[in-house]
Design a protein around this ligand. Structure first.
Ligand code: TZP
Ligand code: MG
Length: 210
């Protein structure tokens, strides 16, 4: 499973551009994963938008993950769900999911990462790695040292999220991350496709250099 460039949709940070259009542009730029994230939509709206995104990602062979909501992810035929420490537990989500369904968990410590791995997570996201203005309650950032510790502790995929862009993506990959998840570095850029393409190239080059 390739999670190199993992783009999270956010209409507010995209100047009002619809989720599906963010997804379309990011996929064109080579995003490996699209995560549909919206804390304001009704469940019904999430299903509608999730199905739109699913059509785009399926055609492109891009992975499609829904944030927070296993029910919506399953209803939309998404490839997986991303859950935080306050969302449904990983073990419960695993029990409710079909074989091959991807479960990602946000973590901030080695203990949380080990628990996620033990409960059947496919990947953990160190969240946030750096300070970010894109998530109000994200906290100050765990830093690259925590990311390295988590990388050494688990065998599943590890990605970094929070405050990552072209200037520091190489450091995150150099610290051992399998991929990086971003909002603003792609979604808030005037040319989403070009921003995704550039970041994707930086990640690939950083992996070759490791
Ligand atoms: N979860 C932890 S940090 C974050 C999320 C959704 C926001 C990431 O946004 P950005 O703009 O890439 O820092
Ligand atoms: Mg969540």
């Amino acid at each position: 499973m390739k999670l190199d460039l993992y783009v999270i949709t956010d209409e507010g940070l995209a100047g009002g551009l619809p989720h599906s259009e963010i997804a379309r542009r990011a996929v064109l730029g080579g995003a490996d994963v699209i995560q549909f994230r919206d804390k304001t939509l009704t469940s019904r709206e999430m299903v509608r938008v999730g199905r739109e995104i699913g059509e785009i990602t399926r055609k492109a062979g891009t992975l499609f993950i829904v944030n927070d909501r296993l029910d919506i992810a399953l209803t939309c035929g998404a490839d997986g769900v991303h859950l935080g420490q306050d969302d449904m537990g990983c073990g419960t989500a695993r029990q409710l999911s079909p074989a091959g369904f991807i479960i990602g968990i946000s973590v901030g410590s080695v203990d949380e990462a080990l628990a996620a791995e033990q409960q059947g997570a496919d990947y953990v996201a160190v969240s946030p790695v750096f300070p970010t203005g894109s998530k109000a309650d994200a906290g100050p950032g765990y830093g690259l040292a925590t990311l390295k510790d988590i990388r050494s502790a688990v065998s599943i995929l590890v990605i970094g999220i929070g405050g990552i862009g072209p200037a520091n993506a190489a450091d995150v990959i150099g610290a051992g991350a399998d991929g990086i998840a971003v909002i603003s570095a792609v979604v808030s850029q005037p040319d989403i496709t070009a921003a995704a393409r550039r970041l994707s190239a930086i990640i690939a080059a950083s992996k070759r250099a490791r």
